[in-house]
Ligand binder design. Structure first.
Ligand SMILES: [Zn+2]
Length: 307
C-alpha cells in the first residue's frame, strides 16, 4: 500500500502492491485514509433497493414497480455521474475555499500529460510568470517520462492522480477495478516524485457513484473545475481564452490540457497559444495562479483532512 514504502536506491514500480519511494520521502508523503460516509443520495438509493427487494418478497406481483423504481434510480445516478460539478455523489472540489478567493488566488490545472512535446513548453511559460499549477497526470504516461515528471515537481508544481490508464469506461468500472486503477496510479506517481497525490480527477470528469469510498481509502479528494477551455476540441485560441477568462473570478479552478491539446494555426497546440495570453490577463487583474497544494486553504474543513 501507499503508506508502506520500502527503502531502495533506485525507485521501482510494481503496481498496486508495493509503491516504492526514495528513502528521504519514506512514509512522510503517504496520505491518510479519509473518513467516509455515504452521502444522502447514496443512502437513499441503498434504502430504495432494500425496500424494492423486501416489497417483491412480500408482494411478488409488484415486481414491475420495484424494477422500474430501481431502473429510475440507476438512471438518475448515471446521469449525475456525467455532471462533473455534481455535489450529490460525494465531496467535489469545484472552487477553491473562500480564504483562497480572498487572497485573489485561481487554481490552474492541466490534465492528461505528461507530453514531452508540450509539457516542457508549458513549464517555461509558467516560469515566466512565476506561477504554480497542478498536473493531473495519467500514471502510465508519467511512468514513460519519469524525468519530465520530476522536473515538473522540481519547478514547484504538484502532480496529481488522473488514473492509471485513462480508460474511456472508467466511470462504469466495478469498485475492485476502480481501486486497482487509482491505487496503481498512486503507486506509480509516488514512486516517481516521492510524494503521493492528494487529489483525483476522473477521466473526462465522469464520476461513478461507487468512486467516493475508493478515493477515501487512498486519502484522495475529488476535484473537478470551475471553468474549462475545451482546448482538446477547440482549435481557436480566442474562443478557449474567452471560456477561461471571460467570467473568471477569484477562487476559480481552471482546466487545460498539456497532452491531447487541439492544434491551431501552424499546428501549434492551442494550449501554448492560450497560455501566454491567459497568464498576462490574470496578472493584469492581480489574480495569482496557484497549484492545489499551494492554495490558501485557511481553516477550511477539507484542509485539515488533507494536510
Ligand atoms: Zn483526462
Amino acid at each position: 500500500m501507499i503508506g508502506q514504502y520500502e527503502v531502495q536506491e533506485r525507485p521501482t514500480t510494481n503496481g498496486l502492491g508495493a509503491a516504492v519511494a526514495p528513502a528521504s520521502y519514506r512514509g512522510a508523503s503517504a496520505p491518510r485514509r479519509l473518513p467516509w460516509a455515504p452521502p444522502p443520495l447514496i443512502r437513499a438509493s441503498f434504502g430504495l433497493h432494500v425496500a424494492a427487494v423486501a416489497g417483491v418478497a412480500a408482494l411478488p406481483e409488484a415486481w414491475p414497480w420495484a424494477g422500474a423504481a430501481m431502473l429510475a434510480n440507476h438512471a438518475l445516478l448515471g446521469s449525475l455521474g456525467m455532471w462533473p460539478q455534481c455535489p450529490w455523489l460525494g465531496p467535489n472540489l469545484v472552487r477553491l475555499p473562500a480564504s483562497a478567493a480572498s487572497a485573489r488566488q485561481v487554481a490552474l490545472t492541466f490534465d492528461d500529460g505528461p507530453d514531452p512535446g508540450v509539457t516542457p513548453a508549458v513549464l517555461d511559460l509558467l516560469d515566466q510568470y512565476a506561477v504554480r499549477a497542478s498536473f493531473f497526470f495519467i500514471a502510465q504516461r508519467a511512468a514513460a517520462h519519469p524525468s519530465l515528471v520530476r522536473e515538473v515537481v522540481r519547478r514547484g508544481h504538484d502532480v496529481q492522480n488522473h488514473s492509471d490508464r485513462h480508460t474511456p469506461g472508467f466511470a462504469c468500472l466495478p469498485p475492485r477495478i476502480l481501486a486497482r486503477e487509482i491505487g496503481a496510479a498512486q503507486a506509480r506517481l509516488a514512486d516517481i516524485t516521492g510524494v503521493a497525490p492528494r487529489f483525483f480527477r476522473p477521466p473526462m470528469g465522469l464520476r461513478s457513484p461507487l468512486l467516493d469510498p475508493v478515493l477515501a481509502r487512498f486519502g484522495l479528494r475529488h476535484v473537478s473545475w470551475t471553468r474549462r477551455g475545451y482546448d482538446t476540441i477547440s482549435r481557436d485560441a480566442d474562443t478557449v481564452l474567452r471560456r477561461l477568462t471571460g467570467p473568471l473570478a477569484a477562487g476559480d479552478i481552471l482546466l487545460l490540457h498539456d497532452a491531447g491539446s487541439a492544434r491551431g494555426n501552424g499546428e501549434t497546440p492551442v494550449v501554448l497559444a492560450v497560455l501566454p495570453r491567459m497568464l498576462a490577463a490574470l496578472a493584469a487583474r492581480r489574480l495569482t495562479l496557484v497549484s492545489l497544494t499551494s492554495a490558501d486553504w485557511g481553516g477550511d474543513r477539507m484542509s485539515r483532512q488533507l494536510w
